[in-house]
Design a binder for this molecule. Structure first.
Ligand SMILES: Nc1ncnc2c1ncn2[C@@H]1O[C@H](COP(=O)(O)OP(=O)(O)OP(=O)(O)O)[C@@H](O)[C@H]1O
Length: 367
């Protein structure tokens, strides 16, 4: 199989079946707008949706074969680590993914441009210090890669991305394309994701970097007011179809099939994300009164935000993040336990602090 020569963007869409696409676009747009309305009603969506972001990191990494659970990741952050070393590496990959997402959001919200150097730096954050760290992090590849059965030779590949010397040309075309205002933004995002995967700019992390970019693009194209959106649940549930639809673009030039799949994914996930975000918001409102009453102090909201940031935590981290002195922290934790808001996951022992679980939020995110 020869290296693929990607289509130049924008595509020639004169023969497309716009009627069928328009229906999908309007359904996905409506669901996304509804989800965005919920985002807008949140005082601090970054804090509220922080556990959902961890789940997105887990599922996006799972598409690439990294296996870990929300429980393991949250426990790891609270210093409960699995014995198995490869499991630990998988958790670190997920934490890197989340770190790369934060980094990307901050970059864009500071008004910095959506360019190739930006995406290079996301990929660098993603693979630094983990599997792939020796594969030129943050640099466009200079070697040929291919996709196929694990460790296969190029002859057995199912797809061979473009040859390295041509990459900068295709990438320049891709980043120019995304700035065009002449294309419907959801279709533009769908095309961007597929073309990014088709180009396969890096030695490692192409799938995950491409998926990190989706909410950032939706934000860049004014479809989200905060770059928070979680698509990987759908892509992971429909992994074979996801990959097959990408393959159909290069194999049959079937862009419309890919775009329909992508729009369906946005539609379904926007509804799921909206439901989850509303549930988190409702839990926050319920807890606001209780926590303010229990804490009976000016720290109430800070304490609540800290609980929402990490449903499993060490008592000492909780104290630090909520800016409480040790005495106040212990008093509050005791009261929260009496009120069955927090449960002890691990008793303190020696110099190790107690580890606690905010069950309601944890169950909600995990359901
Ligand atoms: N035939 C295909 N055409 C275009 N893109 C594809 C194709 N098959 C898979 N992909 C994309 O490539 C990603 C996986 O790429 P690859 O197996 O090379 O791993 P990678 O570059 O190391 O990425 P990661 O480290 O995130 O797994 C998939 O998640 C999907 O987005």
């Amino acid at each position: 199989m020869d290296p693929y020569i990607p289509d130049r963007l924008p595509l020639d869409t004169s023969n497309w079946n716009w009627e069928s696409l328009a229906l999908k676009v309007s359904a996905a747009s409506a669901s996304l707008a509804y989800y965005n309305g919920i985002l807008q009603s949140m005082v601090n969506p970054t804090i509220f949706l922080s556990p959902l972001e961890t789940k997105e990191a887990i599922l996006s990494s799972h598409i690439e074969g990294t296996i870990t659970t929300l429980d393991e990741v949250l426990k790891y952050e609270a210093d409960i680590k699995p014995d198995n070393e490869s499991r630990q590496m998988d958790i670190i990959e997920v934490l890197n993914y989340r770190q790369a997402t934060h980094y990307a959001k901050e970059w864009l919200q500071r008004g910095l441009p959506f360019t190739l150097p930006f995406v290079n730096s996301i990929q660098k954050e993603l693979i630094s210090g983990v599997r792939g760290k020796d594969k030129n992090p943050g640099k466009v590849r200079r070697e040929q890669v291919w996709i196929g059965p694990k460790n296969c030779e190029i002859e057995a590949a199912t797809y061979v991305p473009p040859e390295p010397l041509s990459l900068h040309r295709y990438l320049a075309n891709l980043f120019e394309f995304i700035e065009s205002d002449a294309i419907e933004p959801l279709i533009q995002t769908a095309i961007f994701h597929a073309q990014f995967e088709i180009i396969h700019p890096y030695m490692d992390g192409n799938g995950r970097t491409g998926r990190i970019l989706i909410p950032l693009l939706l934000w860049h194209k004014n479809r989200l007011t905060t770059p928070l959106f979680y698509l990987s649940e759908y892509l992971d549930d429909n992994r074979d179809e996801y990959v097959e639809n990408l393959r159909f673009v290069s194999q049959n030039k079937d862009w419309q099939r890919w775009i329909r799949f992508f729009l369906e994914a946005i539609d379904v996930q926007a509804k799921r994300n909206a439901e989850k975000a509303s549930q988190v918001l409702a839990l926050y409102e319920e807890m606001k009164d209780r926590v303010t009453r229990i804490s009976n102090s000016p720290y109430g909201i800070k304490v609540l935000d800290t609980l929402f940031r990490m449903p499993i935590f060490r008592s000492t981290d909780f104290g630090k993040l909520a800016e409480l002195n040790a005495q106040t922290m212990h008093r509050m934790i005791t009261r929260f336990k009496q009120e069955k808001i927090l449960f002890t996951l691990k008793e303190p022992s020696g110099r190790s602090p107690e580890i606690l679980l905010f069950t309601k939020l944890y169950d909600l995110i995990n359901s």
